[in-house]
Ligand binder design. Structure first.
Ligand code: SF4
Ligand code: SF4
Length: 134
């Protein structure tokens, strides 16, 4: 368990990370037509009986989408909650096809960066060893 685990979330730090990619991310979030075409090309969605929580569009809306909607003002419980979405439910393989070019893995990767910036990591990562971060 990292030293940050019991600390309050540093909102300014999260805001800085979100600001860096704000233009691109907001454009992609607003352009998603919720057509679900990407879902059929996500092996995790297909392998999990098409459970909605494995849908690529669901994964971005409930992770990076919420981060932007709340302008980075989230608490540690939220970051702990999205851990499953951004690590277990997506492996950043890039197989999801979006006809309008929404970069699903790029968006999930940003959500991972926000989590890590606050010491929120999946169990298989050593918070002190960036080389273990996938
Ligand atoms: S990310 Fe692209 S393919 Fe997936 S639901 Fe949105 S518009 Fe459709
Ligand atoms: S990058 Fe994530 S959402 Fe896209 S196909 Fe791979 S596991 Fe599915």
């Amino acid at each position: 368990m990292g030293a940050q685990q019991n600390q309050p979330v540093k909102t300014d730090q999260i805001k800085r990370l979100l600001k860096r990619q704000k233009g691109k991310m907001k454009l992609q979030l607003s352009h998603c037509a919720h057509c679900s075409l990407c879902a059929e090309s996500c092996f995790l969605f297909m392998a999990n009986d098409k459970e909605p929580e494995y849908m690529p569009s669901y994964k971005v809306i409930y992770s990076v989408g919420v981060l932007y909607k709340k302008r980075g003002k989230v608490d540690r419980a939220f970051l702990e909650k999205i851990k499953k979405i951004v690590w277990k439910n997506c492996v950043l393989c890039g197989r999801c096809y979006c006809p309008i070019g929404v970069d699903i893995p790029g968006m999930i990767a940003l959500a991972r960066s926000v989590c890590r910036s606050q010491g929120v990591h999946p169990d298989f990562e050593d918070p002190k060893n960036p080389e273990s971060w996938l």
